[in-house]
Design a protein around this ligand. Structure first.
Ligand SMILES: [Zn+2]
Length: 80
């Protein structure tokens, strides 16, 4: 399990700091996971965020959830 503090992805103004490259791609994925997991009104059939590891996006989505300790978690993508 990895624990990620998203505040490390922000600049001093609270904006997403990485502008390009793998750090930006990872930050984009992580914020999509947070948005998906924290949207408690979303229909259950809504697909999860695209996996940041997979190059092809066909069905390479992850499932998100909030665990019993209020951590946002995601499961390995469906392609892996
Ligand atoms: Zn994947």
């Amino acid at each position: 399990m990895y624990v990620i503090d998203l505040t490390h992805c922000l600049d001093e103004k609270g904006m997403i700091a990485p502008q390009k490259g793998p750090a930006r791609k990872m930050t984009h994925f992580l914020t999509a996971v947070v948005a998906q997991a924290s949207d408690l009104d979303r229909p259950s059939e809504t697909p999860g965020p695209f996996c940041f590891k997979c190059r092809k996006r066909d069905e390479s989505v992850v499932d998100t959830a909030i665990d019993t300790q209020w951590r946002i978690v995601w499961c390995q993508c469906h392609r892996a």
